[in-house]
Design a protein around this ligand. Structure first.
Ligand code: ADP
Ligand code: MG
Length: 251
């Protein structure tokens, strides 16, 4: 049971961004992807989620054996995929409580209704854990939220939807150290043998709190190196410039 990415090529506006990317995330594992700006990290996240701006020209993404190419964005979500965006969209006019409730409802079988009392109890517990004030339930999704508030909100959605595979795109950016710890605690609480994580980050710092099983370096649209968590420390120490000097030959 894995999320398997094979020889993935994807383009947008006629420009190829992912150039033969291979990655396998078994349930139960946390994989981190690090890489310089513009290397294709967000593109990978959005292609996995089925974003309409990107076209897969070669290769495949399968989730527990299901080829995702035939599934729309919402079908992928119902199948257990979740993407926490690097730049979460604002949804004016839709309150957080209604948004989360609708997302939860959409995952239930036809004709089954959410238990409102249990839903709010769980929502408040998770908001408390993430340090999100309860007044946020009535605010429009992400509208006027600070960068850090948006990121916490992404994690709240992830916790409420209980996905099988979680893709987190730079959820650490915009968070101060206290918020980072809180968010990491939320993620760690979700770690389970039944769930896989792809954690995209620019900085090693996050990985002190969310300990990855594997670390991969993405550069030029491909995974150029994979290793354990020590690879993140090596990148932090050397910076990404050394990628350009050819020290990291494609594996
Ligand atoms: P990262 O997240 O690693 O910083 P991205 O995946 O956001 O990198 O971007 C990789 C490259 O693809 C960049 O050069 C970026 O400008 C380009 N790109 C990404 N999305 C689009 C798009 N929708 N339209 C045009 N270019 C894009
Ligand atoms: Mg990005």
């Amino acid at each position: 049971m894995s999320l398997i990415i094979k020889n993935l090529h994807a383009e947008t506006d006629g420009t190829e961004i992912l150039k033969g990317l291979d990655l396998e995330i078994p349930r139960g594992e946390v994989h981190a992807i690090m890489g310089p700006n513009g290397s294709g990290k967000s593109t990978l996240a959005k292609v996995i989620a089925g974003h309409e701006d990107y076209t897969v020209t070669e290769g495949s993404v399968t989730m527990d054996g299901v080829d995702l190419s035939g599934l729309e964005v919402d079908e992928r979500a119902r199948a257990g995929l979740f993407l926490a965006f690097q730049y979460p969209a604002e949804v004016p006019g839709v309150s957080m409580a209604n948004f989360l409730r609708a997302a939860r409802q959409a995952r239930l079988p036809e004709g089954e209704e959410i238990d409102a009392v249990a839903y709010y109890k769980e929502l408040y517990e998770k908001m408390d854990l993430l340090g999100i004030d309860r007044k946020f339930t009535s605010r429009s999704v992400n509208e006027g939220f600070s960068g850090g508030e948006k990121k916490r909100n992404e994690v709240l959605q992830m916790m409420m939807l209980e996905p099988v595979y979680c893709v987190m795109d730079e959820t650490d950016s915009g968070l101060d150290i206290d918020a980072l710890k809180v968010v990491a605690e939320g993620v760690n609480a979700m770690r389970s043998p039944e769930r896989g994580f792809l954690v995209i980050t620019h900085y090693q710092r996050l990985l002190n709190y969310i300990e990855p099983d594997h670390v991969h370096v993405l550069a030029g649209g491909r995974i150029v190196r994979s290793g354990g968590k020590e690879l993140a420390h090596e990148l932090e120490a050397k910076g990404y410039d050394f990628l350009k000097e050819g020290e990291l030959a494609p594996a």
